[in-house]
Design a binder for this molecule. Structure first.
Ligand code: BMA
Length: 844
């Protein structure tokens, strides 16, 4: 009989004690449903967050009617499937309890055949207060556990931090870039699956050995059967098929089918090759009737994290199909606090912004969610690697058997859901816990001082729970379900040695490093040049979002740098102070709120430009850079380079430039200015390097050197040394700049790099005259922009929806810049008259 999947619609919800049923949007959350019904203001507007903390202390009911037909009842199994219940929920059908859920990362499923009747059946989901549940757990625990980002005080529960007791996205409890909304809801679409006889639960393409000659695979098909029976199985993919007769017993059975593909088309990241993907289709048949069918898509590739001892310590790099890859990317957080609000389009735009900025990796950070299937499919299709954290961050976790059992199912389910994605390069246990706790070494106050709060026997217990989850449970589950995995227990980590060498430090010559002296410790931005590890998996610098983003959360008259609303939308406690501190160190004082936004973005761009170029220059010692953070989960100031509404900040344009295949990096060393060429190209590259020198008030540049240079493949190479003495003291202070361009063999300028000799706060820029011409090219508009003098941070703005290909760039006299504007769908591009061009001098 044919399998049928039914969506479950027409939901209503109410606060438990009111029984005032209202329309609910499923998938959804209580907060968004309350807002859509006009009962609460928008949670992201102004300081509404403060007034909405009551919601997480209440109980909420969601109900729908399941209309069960005679046809459905003829099937043997009626599986009610919730892919996401957030979080503490009891599900009843016609008053009978069928599911008790306590983990938003798990699937909850029940065959409800015995609980339903023909006709209408009441389906009710009762969400218990996550805070109430957490406090109960806390009261039952002999001690509390650290969770510095859990903003329990804002939540009105004093210092009762409970996030670590609930398998619910940690950032819902507050983070230093996001609000606290501990919501509840059916966050993924539920369904009813009606089937008989047998079904395919899962298809996993194990990649045992992949090379250009041959792909040795094992395709594992998991079948669920209601009886002992004989089934025909067909498996096919490009240029390959097989059939097999199977005796399947009742219950769950996994059959493994060895497959070899000769000369497979390998999967590559977009910067190295093609994103070849194979569809593997499986049919199961009874006689000649198809009982079930399933297709999974995967890319065949060999990806290894290489940690090889070398003269300086140990390498930490990714090797794709035998080639070392320098990793350029960013850290990703969930795109919204209210997860069901995230549209497919938002995912598509994020991933296209990752690729367009020349990144090849994105890290799914451990304080959010295991991302949606769409997210990983987009990464597969766009040739991006994923560093996948398990969902544990900045906290210690309980180690009791119920918690471990719950986590263990969560791990299994998510590994199985995600394991066919070619993009996933690394699985990482958690974010920063190893270095926050710092178990090894004499000093109990090491790390973040967490250890010193515990009696020795409790301290031991807390670490034991950590050790169990991250050093035993996760690797065991990975090895069981994905034998070809790369696993890294915590980020950052030096090496898993079980002694004091384990923890990452800024001097580590092994493992990965999170470098936060710039920003959290007010170190100068140039320190990015001095602290470079084998792999820089986090470092960050904040800025304010676009002006239009603030326009969506409050009225114009509330917008100032002192405004409590602007401050409320800054979740890093000293964040705005730090922005002002750094602005004061580097730039002249902005004269308006718009000036603060612009300058903060320019400064972030400078910080990310400095860091990413320093990391790339340090290759092959350093083999990766992932800045913190690419996106936002609500409108506010943060380390992101794309704001909540998808606007690219100056920083995103800066990393797009710094992540190009070939770049120039300046370095000041003693009496010299060194120019390095860095390339990720797989071939040696030859260029003409042209160097110019000019005064800020000059309308021409002096061309003082042209040389032909070769940058060997995948290298960082010193290509020019310039004596500082070639320039006068005055010039080296604040009156002049250097400009370099790299021209490739086809005559294209592939890199333009300006070097200032001093901080911009000490430089007197001169008002430039910036002009442009434009031309419509298909749907896009191409602008050719030029300036009569040096123009810092040229900023193009329009009210037309869409994106500039480049923005926030420097212009020098005599060198034009071509910039395309790509309008958003359905936008008429009449921006020619609307284009506004400004540069730094206009903001102070
Ligand atoms: C990192 C992250 C986050 C945090 C960020 C900024 O270490 O892992 O926990 O938001 O720092 O402080």
């Amino acid at each position: 009989m044919k399998q049928m999947t039914h969506t479950i619609e027409n939901w209503e919800f109410t606060q438990k004690e009111n029984k005032n049923w209202m329309k609910a949007f499923v998938p959804g959350t209580v907060h968004t449903d309350l807002h859509k019904n006009g009962l609460i203001p928008h949670p992201y507007v102004e300081k509404n967050e403060l007034d909405l903390q009551w919601i997480d202390k209440k109980e909420w009911l969601y109900k729908s009617e399941l209309n069960i037909t005679a046809d459905m009842l003829e099937q043997e199994c009626l599986d009610l499937v919730f892919d996401g219940l957030d979080t503490i929920a009891s599900v009843t059908i016609n008053g009978e309890l069928i599911i008790e859920a306590d983990n938003m990362y798990r699937q909850w499923k029940k065959n409800i055949k015995a609980f339903v009747v023909e006709g209408n059946n009441e389906l009710l989901v009762h969400f218990h207060s996550p805070i109430g549940y957490g406090i109960e757990q806390l009261n039952n625990s002999p001690y509390t556990l650290p969770a510095p980002n859990d903003d329990s005080v804002l939540g009105g529960v004093e210092d009762n931090k409970v996030s670590m007791f609930i398998r619910k996205a940690p950032y819902h409890f507050g983070w230093d870039w996001g609000p606290r909304f501990v919501t509840s809801g059916i966050w993924k679409a539920p369904r009813l699956e009606c089937w008989s006889a047998a079904r395919i639960d899962d298809v996993y393409v194990e990649q045992k050995d992949i090379s250009e000659e041959i792909a040795v695979l094992n395709v594992h098909v998991t079948i669920q059967s209601t009886m002992d029976q004989t089934l025909n199985l067909e498996l096919s993919t490009t240029d390959f098929s097989l059939e097999k007769v199977l005796d399947i017993p009742a219950g769950k059975t996994t059959v493994s089918l060895p497959v070899e593909l000769v000369q497979p088309d390998l999967w590559w990241t977009h910067d190295l090759g093609t994103q070849n993907l194979y569809d593997f289709s499986v049919n199961i048949k009874k006689s000649s009737t198809i009982v079930d069918t399933k297709t999974v898509r995967t890319g065949l590739r060999n990806i290894r994290l290489v940690q090889k001892p070398d003269s300086q310590g140990k390498s930490f790099y990714f090797e794709l199909n035998g080639l070392p890859v320098f990793i350029k990317g960013a850290n990703h957080i969930p795109l919204d606090t209210f997860l069901p609000e995230i549209s497919e389009k938002q995912y598509e735009e994020e991933i296209s912004s990752v690729r367009n900025a020349n990144m090849n990796m994105i890290r799914v950070w451990g304080g959010g969610i295991y991302e949606s299937d769409l997210f990983y499919s987009l990464c597969d299709e766009n040739g991006l690697l994923v560093w996948q954290d398990f969902m544990f961050a900045c906290s210690m976790y309980p180690g009791n058997s119920e918690f471990l059992e719950n986590v263990s199912i969560e791990l299994e389910e998510n590994i199985v859901r995600l394991r066919n994605h070619a993009s996933i390069a690394l699985w990482c246990g958690n974010n920063e816990i190893d270095s926050m706790w710092k178990e090894y070494g004499e000093n109990t106050s090491w790390g973040w001082g967490w250890k010193s709060q515990y009696e020795p026997h409790h301290r031991k217990e807390v670490w034991q729970a950590y050790d169990t989850i991250f050093h035993k449970l996760i690797p065991e589950k990975l090895n069981e379900h994905l034998p070809e995995n790369n696993y890294w227990p915590s980020s950052p980590l030096s090496e898993l040695t079980y002694d004091e060498n384990q923890h990452s430090s800024l001097k580590s010559h092994k493992g990965d490093i999170h470098f936060w002296n710039v920003w959290h410790s007010r170190a100068p931005i140039e320190d990015y040049n001095n602290f470079i590890g084998r792999f820089m998996s986090e470092y960050g610098f904040q800025s304010f979002p676009e002006r239009s983003t603030y326009g969506k959360i409050t009225e114009d008259h509330n917008l100032s740098i002192e405004s409590d609303i602007v401050n409320h939308h800054q979740k890093n406690k000293s964040g705005n102070d730090l922005i002002l501190y750094y602005l004061n160190q580097y730039f002249k004082a902005p004269k308006s709120f718009e000036g603060y936004i612009y300058m903060s973005q320019q400064l972030q761009a400078y910080a990310f430009d400095t860091a990413t170029r320093a990391h790339r220059k340090a290759m092959p010692y350093c083999m990766g850079t992932l800045y913190w953070q690419i996106n936002d989960s609500w409108p506010g100031a943060s380390w992101s380079t794309i704001d909540y509404y998808g606007n690219w900040k100056a920083g995103h344009y800066a990393v797009k430039e710094a992540y190009k295949e070939t770049i120039l990096v300046y370095e000041e060393k003693d009496s010299q200015i060194l120019v390095h060429g860095v390339t990720d190209s797989l071939k040696d590259r030859s260029f003409d390097l042209k160097m110019y020198h000019a005064q800020f008030d000059s309308e021409t540049m002096d061309h003082f050197k042209s040389i032909h240079v070769t940058v060997p493949k995948q290298s960082s190479t010193l290509i020019l040394e310039i004596d500082k003495a070639s320039f006068s003291n005055q010039e080296r202070n604040n009156s002049s700049y250097l400009y370099a361009e790299l021209i490739n063999e086809s005559g294209e300028t592939v890199e333009m790099a300006v070097k200032l000799f001093d901080k911009l706060k000490n430089i007197s820029l001169v008002q430039p005259d910036i002009t442009y011409s434009s031309e419509q090219i298909n749907d896009d508009i191409e602008f050719v922009i030029e300036s009569d003098k040096f123009a810092k941070g040229v900023y193009l703005q329009t009210s037309v929806k869409g994106k500039f290909e480049y923005n926030h760039f420097d212009l020098v006299p005599g060198k034009k810049r071509t910039v395309r504007f790509i309008p958003a769908e359905n936008t008429k591009s009449d921006l020619d008259t609307d284009l506004k061009i400004s540069s730094m001098i206009d903001y102070y």
